[in-house]
Design a protein around this ligand. Structure first.
Ligand code: SF4
Ligand code: FES
Length: 238
């Protein structure tokens, strides 16, 4: 057991922001989410935060923990190497209450790139086979596990200054769809990526890569899409 001091960003009834302090004795294997449940259960039932799966799959518990976006359910307190733990909501998104943000702006960008599969041949009864050594097969390996947690979006310095920038997660998803040989919606996605709010806004700061809990190299995807804008025909010929 060790003693940890938590400072939580809270919403005042008046709508202002404040920091509340709590001191807890925790087993060092416990997670930040465990600590939030203890605080809510034993000290302040009005504390608001979001979670669902508790195993790093749903992305709903993303928040800033010691100034870095992380999944609360996957962050063991001992790994923070600090007895002081500051918890704040994700940045660059409207705060709904306490640690809960409105992910609406993030999903508005996500929707812009048409994230669902738009089959090339809707009526085909053939089984679609994606060779693992195709470009899509290779790229998908490390890029398909996005859980839409919003961490990369919230940590992006460009989103912070240009709210209309698509953001890393949407660009990564667009890349996967563009490379997917089963998908036929090429022009719409290219238009969104090539727009002034698209890939060209990225300044290659790598913050998104550092923040992604799934280890997705988002900057690599964005750079690939910048280069691909010179050869858009390849997506039609895939
Ligand atoms: S790319 Fe990574 S950080 Fe961004 S939303 Fe997906 S899982 Fe979260
Ligand atoms: S609760 Fe689902 S990722 Fe943390």
């Amino acid at each position: 057991m060790a003693t940890y001091r938590f400072k939580l960003a809270r919403t005042d009834p008046s709508g202002g922001r404040r920091g509340d302090l709590f001191t807890l004795d925790l087993d060092s294997r416990m997670t930040v989410l465990d600590a939030l449940f203890i605080i809510q259960r034993e000290y302040d039932p009005s504390l608001s935060f979001r979670c669902s799966c508790r195993v790093g799959m749903c992305g709903t518990c993303a928040m800033r923990i010691n100034w870095m976006p992380r999944l609360a359910c996957q962050t063991r307190v001992e790994t923070l190497r600090s007895e002081s733990i500051t918890i704040e909501p994700l940045a660059s998104l409207p705060i709904a209450k306490d640690l809960v943000v409105d992910l609406g702006p993030f999903f508005a960008k996500w929707k812009k790139i048409r994230p669902a599969l738009h089959p090339k041949n809707k009526d085909s009864k053939e089984l679609a086979i994606v060779p693992p050594d195709s470009e899509f097969g290779r790229q998908a390996q490390g890029k398909r596990d996005c859980i839409t947690c919003g961490a990369c979006y919230s940590v992006c310095g460009i989103v912070g200054t240009s709210a209309d920038y698509l953001g890393p997660a949407a660009i990564n998803r667009a890349m996967l769809r563009l490379l997917d040989p089963r998908d036929g919606n090429v022009d719409d996605r290219l238009a969104v990526l090539n727009d002034e709010t698209g890939v060209w806004r990225c300044h290659t700061q790598f913050n998104c890569v550092a923040a992604c809990p799934k280890g997705i190299n988002l900057t690599d995807s964005i750079m690939k899409m910048k280069r691909a804008m010179l050869f858009p025909k390849k997506f039609h010929d895939k």
